[in-house]
Every structure is written in C-alpha cells, then in structure tokens.
Write a protein that binds this ligand. Structure first.
Ligand code: SF4
Length: 325
C-alpha cells in the first residue's frame, strides 16, 4: 500500500516546499529527516477545557518545526531538539504510543507541531485505527500548513487546533522566519473549518470534533490581534477561539524590542473586549499571570508543572466584557 511517508522523497509536506529527499537523509528548513522523531508523549492537563477534560489530552510532541519563532516557549524541542532527548519511532511504534495513551484514559490524541511530520503522522493514525484507536485525533499546528496535505489527511483528523499568529507578513518575517504566513493561514483555517465544522462537545463538555483557533496576543502588537479576530469573525461569529494571554519573552524574544516583556492587563482587556464586540461568542480567555503555569522544561522527564486535573486559568466567556471576567 502506498504510504504518504513516501512523498518525503521530494518534500512538499508544508508550504516551504523544500523539495529535499528526506528519505535519503537530506534536510530542509525544518531540519527533520524521515524518521518519526518525538520529544514527549503523555497526558496533559493544560490545554483548553474541552481538550484536557478531566482525564487529560494525549499529547505527542514532535521534534522540530517549520517556523522559527523567536518567542517559542517550546524552543528546546522545536528549534534546539538536537540538544535534548528525543526518540525515533517507526510508524507502528507511534501507533502503539497512541493506543497506550488511549488505554491511559486520554480524551484524544493531540499531535503537537505536526506540520512538518503530517505524512508520517497520517500513516501512523491509519495504523492505529486498524489496531483499535477510537478517540478523536487533534492536529495542533502553528497554522503554516500545506492545503494539499490537509486535503490528504481529511477524515483522519477530528479536531483542528491551529494557531493564528499573524496577519502581517512583516511580523512573520521578523519573529518566525516566514515570508508568507499571512497569505497561507486564511486558506488553512477555511479548509479546516470545511473539514470538521465548529467545535462540538459531548455531554461532559469534552471535544469530539471541530475547529478551535488559538491566538496568542503579543505585547505592543494589538493591531495584529484585531486583524486576526476580524478574520475569524468574518469566517463565522460562532467560531471557537482561544485568546491567549500567556506570552512571555522566552528564547530569543528578549533581543527584540517591543516583545521583550509580558502583556499588560490593559492590553489583554482591550483585545478580549474587541473579540466580544465582534460578536465572537465562543471565546476562551486566560488569567493574565498564567504564563508561568504553561512554561514547559523538556530537559525534565515531566516537562510540565504538576497541575490539578483541570485546566486552570481558562474559561469560556459569552457576550461579557473583560471588566466582568
Ligand atoms: S516539512 Fe521540512 S523539509 Fe518539508 S517542506 Fe516543510 S520545512 Fe521543508
């Protein structure tokens, strides 16, 4: 049977379309070969409530990334993954990890940073489904995805969880080493919405299918946030959006004037109010101090701080001004 992984012979897995032969060890922008390289797998309780639920989201973190965000809080595994422990898995071994997470009670399988690993991911999902995987699969990406590849994984992914980082290519160039993010991401979001629709939950409030878009508000760049929210409201006022306040100047961000600080309460309130004024009724917000809770350390066996079996600091608001949150 033809495997999607075979397409790595001339890699067009993401919009960079490097064309390198990853099967023969050539590396493109993401610097990841054809092997399935993961840096962490385990139950995670820090996602939005419909994803973490009470039993946790079954996260599988891929090593590497097709962006180079200067503020990446996962930089140890996205950009410096050669210096931290990672594991190389076969397709069947990755399917086994998925089934183990299902056995541990995970509400879903949550692939983190899959944009450069989508072919290998798709083959492993197919294998896992053949061996009894029944929980939803989450595609948790930075939004810089190939439309063609998303079409190829249609039916294998139940929940899309993309970032909407910028609608300003200058910001993409400066902060993520990408020239055309603002051109790519609107089509990606439209394709994802077309495939899975709006977020649906079961009677316990746990997500079963649909789209949830994340937007991280950057300090001093509120125009970009307004543009992003305008796009989402134009797509549908029912779209689910997580407006994230957890930015902190990680990795190389302290070298960049303007983003070398955390967000102020006033900035975050301005953007959450803007979202609500647009009529985006399905918004999740965070408590402002929550960035400390979300910072992982992938040099530890347990990269995430112990947390209660719920998602602290996030809640849904409906038609409510931030002053009342
Ligand atoms: S997945 Fe990696 S090698 Fe393939 S096109 Fe994207 S950046 Fe290039």
């Amino acid at each position: 049977m033809k495997r999607l992984t075979d397409r790595l012979v001339q890699c067009d897995c993401c919009p960079r379309r490097c064309g390198v032969n990853r099967l023969e060890g050539q590396l493109g922008f993401c610097r990841v070969g054809s092997g399935i390289q993961i840096s962490h797998a385990g139950l995670h309780f820090g996602e939005e409530p419909p994803l973490s639920g009470t039993q946790g989201s079954g996260t599988i973190f891929f090593a590497g990334c097709n962006l180079r965000c200067v503020f990446c809080q996962n930089y140890q595994i996205s950009q410096e993954f050669q210096t931290v422990p990672t594991w190389l898995l076969s397709t069947d071994e990755l399917a086994g990890v998925m089934l183990q997470l299902q056995d541990e009670g995970a509400h879903n399988i949550n692939f983190v940073s899959p944009s450069h690993m989508a072919f290998q991911m798709a083959d492993a999902i197919t294998a896992a489904k053949g061996r009894g995987l029944v929980i939803p699969v989450v595609y948790n990406s930075n939004g810089y995805d190939s439309l063609e590849v998303l079409g190829l994984v249609r039916g294998l992914v139940d929940i899309y969880l993309p970032d909407l980082k910028y609608l300003d290519n200058e910001l993409g160039k400066r902060f993520s080493a990408v020239d055309d993010y603002a051109e790519i991401v609107p089509g990606v979001l439209a394709e994802m919405l077309d495939q899975v629709g709006h977020l649906q939950t079961d009677e316990q409030g746990v997500a079963t299918r649909g789209l949830l878009v994340r937007h991280l508000v950057l300090p001093g760049h509120l125009d970009n946030s307004r543009r992003c929210l305008d796009l989402l409201a134009g797509m549908s006022r029912h779209i689910f959006v997580s407006v994230m306040s957890q930015y902190s100047p990680q990795y190389k961000a302290r070298e960049h004037a303007g983003i070398n600080r955390t967000l102020t309460a006033a900035e975050y309130a301005e953007i959450t109010d803007y979202a609500l004024d647009l009529g985006l009724e399905n918004a999740f917000v965070q408590e402002l101090a929550s960035h400390q809770h979300y910072l992982p350390d992938f040099e530890q066996d347990q990269p995430f701080a112990p947390s209660p079996k719920k998602s602290p600091g996030r809640k849904a608001v409906r038609h409510k001004k931030s002053s009342g949150i």
